[in-house]
Design a protein around this ligand. Structure first.
Ligand code: ADP
Ligand code: ZN
Length: 730
């Protein structure tokens, strides 16, 4: 039996498994039932594809997405793996051919649509009994559960699978997070003592930005000009919205198209195909677009209108960066959108439904408005803890300054107090600003606090209220007509016992200006030759057209980027490029090498493959100049002997941010962990981390107690990662 890592290298051209892939593969090969929860783009396919190649017989993959089936099979065939599919889009002749291959044991993988299983009283399953089956993979496994958002009756037929094939391992895979569905899947599929593998939902290669919804067209055009090689999706709420934006972009010279449920299905299939094949650069679409799109090199997803809830937002932004390269999610936010969506959310005659939708909308709004790390908010929403300071969202990339809000907070809190905690924010603000409106009674006008806030405008006070609520100085009663209430902390402020220190944005990070990126490798500064990258993409497209498959099936952007960076000159050197397995090197090596050699000759360049650290997965990273700058400044100050607190002061940044910068230097080995913490504390931290399925700093901290700070936990983890990397290098 071949080792799974050999298979991974030979057929897929990857050096190492991602987290949890390795365990999944190992379990299935040991014939154990396995449950895999991974976010979109996490790499679920390899979890069953590799075992399918290691084990004898044919793997049966059940997948509901007919559109994706062909893609998957194409991708496997391009890698030299014999695979086929069966679904209702095929004619009897084609189906019979597939049956023949199956019976002759010629297939390593067979993709099957669920309706095939139930058809003719399960005659297909009977047929399978005569065949050597290596494993069953149930993709999109949440479809088997009534609790999931996408229940499919055909999937119920899978209940009997285990009984009919007790010796064959079943691996169930989904990206649907919630716990009830998860348990139900295991029950419905009758999985026997399954290994349950749960991955984090974080997508570290996606940067999150929220921007005010103003001059959207200008922003988009500017962004596209600054990212001339990038392709992406822009979501709009209405059909008309997609058409308008697409037309406007076209007038600005952008290769764009629109997509919504109102255009004919042939036309839809056409634009979708063009987008996948890189013939259309920007797709402006309603949410109807995306299901069944597996384009791995979507570099950005924008929302021109506010999504209805976090689930949709996360799913849609998740379509960016499936190849693992840096990608961006940009939300254009306005309060007017919130109002519009509120109206949609009110479902006539269904109170329960309405209030659920309104609550979800509120969470979406909070995400956009909150002064908090966006990633942290998202992860916590999905039930994972995250320390914040991700350094790749607009909040974490912005510059803040501290601001003493004590005096204004006192004004505001005393207004709430004077009005006996009986009013909502609008009236409180009117009262503070000395409004002459009818809602302000004579009694109110005679109170001492009336009008003491006339110095600032309404938005200012609204923001202050928001921040005071976030920081627990004020509470919003969650009633039908919410009123502002005081908290313990507000009393301290009113009595002058406590100051209110808030932060305000000094310079807001925006996708358009901040994300000005330089493509290079961080450790050795080898440049990517963009001109060559373009030539390689053209070659890939031509090849894809000849074979009638999407370009990314042949090679991902990440692979081409490595070619354009390390300039391999021979087939042996190609082995070092991620995505180039033995089969693909044989098939495509020569034509790609020709283009590279040509380029090298013309520009007097040589192979830089020796500078590529072997056996470590490293798509050349894009470095954010802004980020690079801010890290280096912290590092310099640190080397000059300043303490963490001093650096935070000098830089006018939070302690957290500085600590985070320093931890990053530990991870790359520039700073020793022992300089920052007592190294005896490292082992206890790591041993707890190792027991977690999802890394949770909070849980580690809870277990270790007061003696351990978040900073120490962070540094210990960074140290551990560095150590692991070093081991791998040996
Ligand atoms: P999912 O089905 O979970 O959405 P996929 O299986 O389509 O994700 O994988 C997403 C992308 O990640 C694909 O382009 C795949 O080739 C790539 N990928 C998966 N596993 C690895 C790995 N171990 N090393 C490098 N790339 C990987
Ligand atoms: Zn962040």
């Amino acid at each position: 039996m071949k080792k799974s890592t050999e298979i991974l290298q030979q057929y897929f051209g990857y050096d190492s498994f991602r987290l949890n892939q390795a365990s999944a593969v190992e379990n299935v090969i040991a014939k154990k039932d396995t449950f895999v929860l991974m976010p979109t783009g996490g790499g679920k396919s390899l979890c069953y594809q590799v075992p399918a190649l290691v084990l004898d017989g044919t793997a049966i993959v059940i997948s509901p997405l007919i559109a994706l089936m062909k893609d998957q099979v194409d991708a496997l065939r391009v890698n030299g793996i014999s695979a086929a599919f069966l679904n209702s889009s095929m004619n009897p002749l084609e189906q019979n051919e597939t049956f023949r291959q199956l019976k002759e044991d010629k297939l390593k993988l067979l993709y099957v649509a669920p309706e095939k299983l139930s058809a003719d009283n399960g005659s297909f399953l009977n047929l399978l009994k005569e065949i050597n089956i290596s494993l069953f993979a149930v993709d999109e496994a949440h479809c088997v559960s009534h609790w999931g958002h996408d229940f499919r009756p055909d999937y119920l037929f899978l209940n009997g699978l285990k009984k009919e094939f007790p010796q064959t391992p079943i691996i169930a895979l989904t990206a649907s997070a919630d716990e009830i569905t998860r348990k139900d899947i295991i029950k419905q599929l009758n999985l026997q003592e399954p290994a349950v593998l749960i991955s984090s939902f974080d997508r570290p290669n996606i940067k999150y930005f929220v921007q005010p919804k103003q001059s959207v067209l200008n922003h988009v055009v500017k962004y596209l000009n600054e990212h001339p090689n990038d392709s992406g999706i822009i979501y709009c709420l209405s059909r008309k919205g997609t058409e308008d934006l697409a037309n406007n972009l076209k007038e600005n010279g952008v290769n764009a198209a629109f997509y919504h449920a109102g255009i004919s299905s042939t036309e839809r299939a056409q634009v979708q195909d063009d987008f996948i094949k890189d013939k259309i650069r920007v797709m402006i679409a309603t949410i109807a677009f995306g299901m069944g799109i597996d384009k791995s090199n979507v570099r950005f997803v924008m929302h021109a209108d506010l999504p209805k809830n976090i689930e949709s937002y996360y799913q849609e932004t998740g379509r960016a960066g499936r190849d693992g390269l840096p990608s961006e999610a940009i939300l254009f936010y306005s309060n007017a959108d919130v109002m519009k969506l509120k109206k949609f959310a009110m479902v006539e005659g269904n109170e329960e439904q309405s209030s659920l939708m309104l609550r979800k909308l509120q969470q979406m709004t909070d995400f956009a408005e909150m002064q908090k790390c966006r990633r942290q908010y998202l992860m916590e929403y999905f039930g994972e803890s995250h320390p914040g300071n991700c350094n790749s969202c607009d909040y974490c990339l912005s510059d803040f300054e501290n601001w003493d809000a004590t005096e204004d907070a006192q004004k505001l809190l005393s207004a709430v107090y004077r009005l006996k905690e009986r009013y909502g924010k609008n009236l409180i603000i009117d009262f503070l600003r000395g409004s002459k409106g009818v809602k302000i009674t004579d009694y109110m006008r005679n109170l001492p606090t009336y009008g003491i806030g006339a110095n600032a405008d309404k938005t200012y006070w609204q923001n202050l209220i928001k921040q005071l609520v976030i920081n627990d100085f004020l509470r919003d009663s969650n009633e039908e007509f919410p009123v502002l209430k005081l908290t313990e902390a507000s009393k301290d402020v009113l009595f002058g016992k406590r100051e209110v220190n808030l932060q305000k944005v000094k310079e807001q990070a925006q996708a358009v200006t901040v994300a000005e990126i330089e493509i290079s490798d961080p450790s050795d500064n080898i440049e990517t030759n963009l001109e060559l990258f373009d030539e390689l993409r053209i070659l890939r497209r031509q090849q894809a057209e000849q074979e009638n498959v999407p370009p990314y099936v042949i090679f991902s952007d990440a692979s081409l980027m490595e070619l354009a960076t390390y300039l391999p000159n021979t087939k042996e050197e190609l082995e070092q490029i991620s995505g180039f397995g033995a089969f693909k090197i044989e098939k495509y090596g020569e034509i790609f090498l020709n283009v590279i050699l040509d380029f090298c000759n013309k520009n007097n360049l040589q192979s830089k493959i020796a500078e590529k650290t072997p056996r470590i997965k490293r798509a050349p990273k894009k470095i954010n100049k802004y980020e690079a700058g801010t890290y280096t400044t912290t590092f310099q100050l640190y080397k000059e002997g300043n303490s963490v607190e001093e650096i935070a002061n000098i830089r006018n940044m939070s302690l957290n941010t500085i600590q985070n910068h320093l931890a990053n230097f530990v991870e790359v080995g520039t700073i020793k962990a022992s300089e920052l913490m007592d190294i005896n504390k490292i082992d206890p931290i790591i041993s707890i981390a190792k027991t977690q399925t999802i890394l949770s700093l909070k849980a580690i901290k809870e277990e270790l107690g007061e003696d351990y700070s978040y900073f120490e936990i962070n540094v210990a983890l960074a140290f551990y990662k560095w150590e692991e990397k070093e081991k791998n290098l040996k």
